[in-house]
Design a binder for this molecule. Structure first.
Ligand code: 3H9
Length: 698
């Protein structure tokens, strides 16, 4: 027997206990152990087999780390068929998360029992594949086509009570999985329950699969796996036999396995788990945080306060006046009402948060006892310095002093205090109680335990936290500023903002850059442009004025009803604002530019290559630790299509030499903007990839 599956005999029942921490992934040792266990149980004359997982869960799926490597026998689909074909009564007892291949093993068992807290699901589409061990053939047979399509195309985790109703499991019972499994298996034996193979059940009735396919494809915004999975479910209904349905599932599974989307999504899976693992934080204890302060109750401050309140932290919110403090409370109450409506909190929790957890204040003294304070005031260095000098005066020793600045120099802010080791940047993204990304900006003198405290807070607030160094815009906004500039250049040269937005949403972005500007408020970009012009632009930098003209006319995007698009009340999204084209034409004429046409492909290529080049500079300068840190920032903060893995994964898949060639070619027309990143040149010269750098850092 393999050590990954322990064998034990209790009367007539052979017990197979998986022991492959942390999540009992179905790696080759587990598969061998299960096969050997079934064979031994049959050879020894057992009457039933119980399969369960030791530790925190039943099998959470196939071992994703094996993907892309040569497969090792036994393969999971064959193993599932073998389990199902056993003449013994096979029972699975589920706890934790029975996901993907895990649920497929359970569906190959003849009976399934689960503890009430268990969840089941087939989340393979989120990894760019589809259930490949019979899930698309067996689930529709037990739960019906509609429920199977829902579970398989969304990958959602289904709670035990719902799974029971759907027929995915047969019984829910509290207790230890081994004990409830043994009792259930004995009960089935005693009652003479028959062996019940899902694969031998009749094929379910088909639905209009073409319509479902089209709808799922559209919803996926370019992601293929959910739509391809529909075709596999179709085979469960229409294939002449179960075996032929399985063969079709295999064929579609292999197609997806070879795809770049699978590589992108699995990269995203591991990258988002790797961002929090920093060697310098190993063994570093975070400081305890029991209550926090938030300074500024605007959209950002109220969002941060909401996130903290929802995580159970008491918050003291500081504003300049009583009126401003009450307006902030109203904003928080609005956010909480949204959380209540979405079922994230109960009415009781909602009321308790507002009455007990939130405290309003107008004087700094109220922050003397907090463990951590986050400043979210106006983006102005002098204002921030005053705030931090005040905090230095009132906060207790050891309190973490954080700024939510999105581009200002955290070293300079820290220097306004006598305790720069306690100062850190915690850059939230708006709306802060919804957006998952948190950039943890580490200044020169920030103490390691303060960094660890930032990560611990991020974890508590259920954020994906990424370490960033200090520079203008840190990781995300610095890269955004470059690809946004690239989009402006393309507009000057002949593309329309609407064509650019469309090309990029077709590529998979949640929104195009001009629609994003309208959403964020055009005044933000205007302020940045004015600041940069005041600081003095490099004479070689191209500038444009068409967006300024929109702002001068009072059009700031969605909030004023007009920007690049026109927004009508009550309607989602906007329609192109034709006045913008006149402003652009005037700008081109003033600069003596003759517009040319752009294909959508060229738009995407230039935009993406500018993003990759800046990202390579960000990694090369150490602002981001690893390429994967950049990928996660873009995925979680900037609507980058997850199935492309992030800009640097995309770059690897495209090939770095071609990207560098493009930069060099385009530098002939603008050698200021298109300067190749030294790191990109180095990687190309060495024949290496960004992923090699990720591996170096493991
Ligand atoms: C599949 O089954 C294909 C089949 O249909 C067909 C095959 C032919 N493999 O997330 P956590 C690691 S596809 C390898 O931090 P949590 C994870 O990287 C699979 N490793 O914990 C992490 O490692 P580290 C379908 C895995 O409690 C550690 O376990 N299944 C796998 O927040 C802890 O993970 C899925 O898609 C895996 N399958 O969440 C489920 N899963 O400590 C994917 C996890 O070194 N997994 N690891 O960073 C999950 O959704 C979550 O991990 C889970 C636990 C909910 C299980």
């Amino acid at each position: 027997m393999s050590e990954a599956v322990e064998y034990e005999r209790i009367g007539d029942i052979a017990v197979l206990a998986a022991n492959n921490p942390p999540v009992n992934a179905l790696g080759v040792d587990v598969r061998r152990g299960l096969l050997a266990g079934i064979e031994r149980a049959e050879a020894e004359g057992a009457k039933a087999v119980l399969i369960y997982g030791k530790g925190r869960t039943y099998f959470a799926g196939a071992d994703i780390r094996e993907f892309g490597k040569p497969p090792q026998e036994p393969w999971l689909p064959g193993l599932c068929d073998r389990i199902e074909a056993s003449p013994l009564l096979v029972v699975s007892a589920l706890h934790g998360t029975a996901l993907g291949g895990g649920l497929e093993v359970a569906l190959s068992s003849h009976y399934r029992i689960a503890v009430p807290s268990a969840k089941v699901g087939l989340p393979e589409v989120n990894l760019g594949i589809l259930p490949g061990a019979g899930g698309t053939q067996r689930l529709p047979r037990v739960a019906g086509v509609e429920a199977a399509l829902d579970m398989i195309t969304t990958g959602r985790h289904v709670r035990a009570d719902e799974a029971l109703k759907l027929g995915v499991i047969d019984k829910v019972q509290d207790g230890d999985p081994r004990e409830i499994g043994l009792a259930y298996a004995q009960e089935l034996l005693d009652s003479g329950a028959p062996r019940r193979a899902v694969g031998e059940m009749p094929a379910p009735d088909p639905v209009d699969f073409d319509a479902v396919y089209e709808a799922v494809l559209k919803k996926g915004r370019g992601q293929l796996s959910p739509a391809v999975a529909v075709r596999a479910v179709q085979a469960a209904c229409e294939a002449p036999s179960f075996a032929e349905g399985m063969a079709r599932e295999r064929e579609l599974f292999m197609q997806l396995m070879e795809s770049d989307q699978r590589k992108g999504l699995i990269h995203a899976f591991f990258a988002e788990r790797a961002v929090g693992k920093l060697p310098e934080l190993k063994g570093v204890e975070p400081r305890p945080v029991h209550q926090i302060g938030v300074i500024g109750g605007g959209t950002m401050g109220a969002g941060i306060a909401t996130a903290a309140l929802l995580a159970g932290l008491p918050v003291t919110l500081l504003e300049m006046t009583q009126e401003a403090a009450h307006a902030a409370k109203d904003r928080i109450a609005g956010n909480l009402a949204g959380a209540l409506k979405r079922g994230k909190i109960s009415q009781q929790q909602h009321d308790a948060i507002l009455s007990d957890q939130l405290q309003l204040a107008t004087g700094y003294d109220a922050l003397s006892a907090v463990d951590l304070v986050i400043e979210a005031v106006f983006e102005d260095m002098d204002v921030k310095k005053q705030v931090f000098a005040q905090l230095d005066a009132v906060c207790k020793p050891g309190a973490v002093l954080a700024t939510n600045t999105s581009y200002l120099d955290v070293n300079e802010i820290a220097a306004a205090t006598k305790r720069p080791q306690d100062v850190i940047g915690l850059h939230f993204f708006s709306p802060a109680h919804v957006m998952k990304l948190l950039e943890i900006v580490v200044a020169d003198k920030t103490a390691p335990e303060v960094v660890a405290t930032g990560f611990a807070l991020g974890h508590r607030l259920k954020k994906v936290s990424v370490r960033a160094g200090v520079c203008d815009g840190f990781i995300g906004n610095r890269i955004l500023s470059t690809y946004r500039t690239c989009a402006d250049h393309m507009v000057l040269d002949g593309a329309s903002p609407f064509q650019i937005d469309k090309a990029l949403t077709d590529f998979g972005f949640a929104m195009g850059p001009f629609a994003v500007s309208d959403l964020a408020g055009l005044d933000i970009g205007w302020a940045v442009r004015k600041r940069k012009r005041a600081e003095g632009l490099d004479p070689r930098a191209r500038d444009s004025s068409y967006a300024d003209k929109l702002c001068e006319a009072g059009h700031f995007g969605q909030k004023t009803g007009k920007g690049f698009y026109v927004y009508e009340k009550g309607k989602r999204g906007g329609t192109p604002n034709p006045e913008v084209l006149d402003l652009i034409a005037a700008d081109r004429a003033a600069q003596g530019i003759t517009p040319r046409t752009f294909t959508d492909d060229e738009i995407v290529r230039r935009y993406m290559v500018s993003m990759v080049n800046e990202a390579a500079k960000v990694v090369g300068e150490g602002i981001a630790r690893r390429p994967l840190d950049v990928d996660v920032v873009l995925l979680y903060g900037y609507g980058f299509p997850r199935y492309r893995g992030g800009p640097l994964k995309w770059a690897d898949l495209q090939g770095l030499p071609g990207i560098l060639d493009d930069i060099r070619a385009w530098s002939a027309e603008d050698d200021y903007f298109w300067q190749p990143a030294p790191l990109l040149e180095k990687l190309v010269a060495e024949g290496r990839s960004f992923d090699d750098l990720n591996k170096d850092a493991e």
